[in-house]
Design a binder for this molecule. Structure first.
Ligand code: BTN
Length: 249
C-alpha cells in the first residue's frame, strides 16, 4: 500500500491480516506493544467485528474494508470525541473521490438514502482520566463492494459499489485515500480545534430539520455546535445539547 500513500505518517506502518477477531483489538494490542502514531491494521475478514453500543459489525466479506488506526493525540479523554467527527469527514471526503457523496448522521454514521455505507468505532485508553490519553484506536468499517447482506441488514445497508451502479471500488486505492484524508483531518483538529472539524462536518450533514430521538428526549435536530455537540430543539422550545450517545430518526 505504501507506494500509493500520499501521507507523512498515517499508514506508514501497517499490518494486513487475512482474518482476525476485530481490527480494533489488533490495533489496541499493537498500540500497547509500541505501535507508532498512525499505524494501520487492515483485515479481509473479522470474526468478531464490533459496532457502536455493543452491536455486531458483519465482517465476513473481503469485498469490504475493515480498518483501524492507532492515534496518539496530545489530548485528555474529554477532548477526544471530536476526533470521531473528524474521522467521519475524512471517510466522507474519501468517498467523494469515488464519486459518491454520503451524508453524515450525528455522531458518525455515513449514509446514502438512509442506508449505512460506513461506521466508525473510537476506543481510547487512558491510565488517568485527567492525563493525556495513551492511545486512541479509530476503527472504520466501509461497505465497499458488497452487493448483498443477511436479510436483517438488507434494508439498512448499502455499499459504494451499489451507489456507483455496480462499478466496484479498489480496496487499496480507497484505503490510501482514506489515510490521506484522515491525516489531513487529524492535523486540522489538533492544530485548529473542534470548530474547524464542525465546519467540515456540516458540509455532509443532511438531517438538520428532522425529528429525532435521543434517549428519552425528542426534538428537531437543529445544528452542530462548534465543539461537536448536536443541538436538539425540544417541543417546549428549549435547546438541548447532546454530547454523547446516538440519535434515531
Ligand atoms: C458502527 O457504526 O456501529 C461502527 C462500526 C465500526 C466497524 C469497524 S470495522 C473495523 C473496526 N473493527 C471493529 O471491530 N469495528 C470497527
Amino acid at each position: 500500500m505504501q507506494p500509493l500513500l500520499g501521507t507523512s505518517w498515517l499508514g506508514q506502518a501497517w499490518r494486513y491480516l487475512p482474518t482476525c477477531g476485530s481490527t480494533n483489538d489488533e490495533a489496541a494490542a499493537w498500540a500497547v506493544a509500541g505501535a507508532p502514531h498512525g499505524a494501520v491494521v487492515v483485515a479481509d475478514q473479522q470474526t468478531r467485528g464490533r459496532g457502536r453500543q455493543g452491536r455486531l459489525w458483519v465482517s465476513d466479506s473481503a469485498d469490504n474494508l475493515y480498518f483501524s488506526t492507532v492515534l496518539r493525540p496530545p489530548l485528555v479523554p474529554v477532548e477526544v470525541p471530536p476526533l470521531t467527527l473528524a474521522a467521519g469527514v475524512a471517510v466522507a471526503e474519501a468517498m467523494t473521490r469515488f464519486e459518491v457523496t454520503p451524508s453524515l448522521k450525528w455522531p458518525n454514521d455515513l449514509l446514502l438514502d438512509g442506508k449505512k455505507l460506513a461506521g466508525i468505532l473510537t476506543e481510547m485508553s487512558a491510565a488517568d482520566p485527567r492525563g493525556v490519553v495513551s492511545h486512541v484506536v479509530l476503527g472504520i468499517g466501509v461497505n465497499l463492494n458488497a452487493e448483498a447482506w443477511p436479510s436483517e441488514l438488507g434494508d439498512i445497508a448499502t455499499s459504494l459499489r451499489l451507489a456507483r451502479g455496480g462499478r466496484p471500488v479498489d480496496r487499496v486505492l480507497f484505503a490510501a485515500a482514506l489515510c490521506e484524508r484522515l491525516e489531513h483531518w487529524y492535523q486540522t483538529f489538533i492544530s485548529d480545534g473542534p470548530s474547524a472539524v464542525a465546519t467540515g462536518w456540516r458540509r455532509f450533514a443532511t438531517f438538520f430539520g428532522r425529528r429525532v430521538r435521543a434517549g428519552t428526549l425528542e426534538g428537531i435536530a437543529e445544528s452542530l455546535d462548534d465543539d461537536g455537540a448536536l443541538v436538539l430543539r425540544l417541543d417546549d422550545g428549549r435547546a438541548h445539547r447532546i454530547t454523547s450517545g446516538e440519535v434515531h430518526a
